[in-house]
Design a protein around this ligand. Structure first.
Ligand code: FES
Length: 137
């Protein structure tokens, strides 16, 4: 979908990627060529994203995270509301412990060492490399 700054839907045109962040790709629609006027933004889910599960350790409840859904959104839909602020993986407000499974870190908050430990992640944007994450909630 293309929208201009006034939320008008624009026809698909050539574009280039400005930023690939979290599970979304934000693309500047340049009208087909670099150097042409900015005409809008396109937001797409990463085509490689797949559904997975998260388990709330304290209750044992297992929640499915759809391919086009964030962990935070899936948790909220099940009544587990996390503190959120930026929802872009920048601020760390949603930082949550991971007891089992392998996070797919897509934030800009954690250091490389923290990511390598795999014992916490940002559910506003990060996903899973394993079929299930057990969350310290
Ligand atoms: S809400 Fe800011 S990193 Fe998740």
């Amino acid at each position: 979908m293309f929208c201009d700054l006034n939320n008008r839907i624009l026809p698909a045109q050539g574009h280039f990627s400005l930023l690939r962040h979290t599970s979304l790709k934000i693309t500047v629609n340049s009208g087909g060529r670099l150097g042409r006027p900015f005409t809008g933004l396109e937001i797409n889910r990463d085509a490689d994203d797949a559904a997975f599960e998260v388990q709330v350790a304290s209750s044992g409840v297992v929640i499915r995270v759809a391919a086009d859904q964030t962990v935070a959104a899936a948790l909220a839909a099940s009544g587990v509301n996390l503190p959120l602020s930026c929802e872009q993986g920048v601020c760390g407000t949603c930082l949550t412990g991971v007891l089992d499974g392998t996070p797919d870190h897509r934030d800009l908050y954690l250091t490389d060492d923290e990511r390598a430990r795999g014992d916490q992640f940002t559910p506003c944007c990060s996903r899973a490399k394993s079929p299930r994450l057990v969350l310290d909630l």
